[in-house]
Design a protein around this ligand. Structure first.
Ligand code: ADP
Length: 311
């Protein structure tokens, strides 16, 4: 079995105002893998992740155990900070200075000698495909470039643990693909990656294992493909038609098909796509959509709520 980079047993967080943000969550993360925290806004993903590098203090409870690369963040925050690179949700770059200088200033926090820092900066700009932008002003960068610069900055100290909080929110698909490629490359180098996201596709693409949270608690945990295979039928026919909803409400169509009514659509789930194809023929064309099920469907099935619901 691979060495565990992170082991968390029964962690809790209640904020001063009484909000129970994380409630009895346990998981472990093998070294060199990517672990994804998934869930709607307010699920507790950020709080959980921040507790791992000491930015949020967990509740003091006897049953809690936390080990991050051999350290406990409640007592050994500093060594963990040195092992970590953090990419926060906001691009908190220094707009007063250019791209290269943003990285150079950061290198000083880690006490890198200037010569070594310059070499590392060149390497990182190359890796994040920003070489031509070394002298550009931060304000002249696109959103995608800023994000790549924040990632380059987080890699300055060659972290063994990279923390990505919603790394591709608001970015176009091309940049998103590029960032996913970089995360895969880092994993191959043995970097352990923690990721929060509300994009199921992102989790599916780069996470080896995920925990799906809702209201502070764990709903599901495991390898994304296995969770899908075990938790939900592989196919769904969506019908955007009143008749679809009526036929769903009328009762079971066949034992091969399970049906659920949403706000403006009916969903027919099955292991047998041919049965769904036959069913689709009964509805007006253009009002049906047959597709493989995904983590969003699984979350909805497990909680009765949508992943991207705002609270
Ligand atoms: P997520 O990252 O999944 O959106 P968060 O960890 O940010 O979830 O928040 C979990 C819950 O804790 C939410 O109800 C949020 O309002 C609350 N919360 C987050 N930070 C604080 C804070 N500093 N003080 C009080 N409540 C907070």
């Amino acid at each position: 079995m691979a060495n565990q980079a992170i082991q968390v047993e029964r962690i809790y967080k209640t904020y001063a105002d009484g909000t129970a943000a994380v409630n009895d969550v346990s998981f472990s993360v093998p070294e060199g893998s990517c672990f994804g925290f998934l869930g709607p806004n307010g699920a507790g993903k950020t709080t959980l992740m921040k507790m791992l590098f000491g930015m949020v203090r967990r509740d003091g409870r006897a049953e809690t155990r936390v080990d991050v690369m051999g350290f406990d963040p409640a007592f050994q925050e500093l060594p963990i900070k040195h092992l970590c690179g953090v990419v926060p949700q906001d691009d908190n770059l220094d707009s007063e200075v250019n791209v290269g200088a943003n990285l150079f200033i950061y290198s000083k926090f880690y006490g890198l000698p200037a010569k070594e820092a310059r070499a590392r900066i060149a390497e990182l700009l190359d890796f994040m495909e920003l070489k031509e932008k070394a002298k550009a002003k931060v304000n002249d960068l696109s959103g995608g470039m800023k994000r790549r610069l924040v990632i380059a900055r987080a890699l300055m100290n060659r972290p063994r643990l990279l923390i990505l909080d919603e790394p591709t929110t608001g970015l176009d698909p091309q940049v998103r693909q590029l960032i996913w490629d970089k995360v895969r490359a880092l994993k191959r180098e043995g970097v352990t990656v923690l990721l929060t996201t509300h994009y199921m596709e992102e989790a599916y693409q780069i996470a080896d294992s995920i925990i799906i949270m809702d209201k502070g608690s764990r709903v599901l945990e495991g390898e994304p493909h296995e969770l899908l295979a075990e938790g939900i039928e592989p196919w769904v026919l969506e019908v955007l038609d009143k008749e679809g909803i009526t036929s769903c409400q009328d009762g079971p169509l066949s034992e091969r098909i399970r049906c659920e009514v949403g706000e403006s659509r009916a969903q027919f789930f099955s292991d047998h796509p041919e049965s769904l194809r036959d069913l689709a023929a009964a509805f007006p064309s253009g009002r049906t959509h047959l597709r493989p099920t995904n983590l969003e469907d699984l979350f909805l099935r497990s909680t009765g709520r949508k992943l991207n619901d705002q609270q």
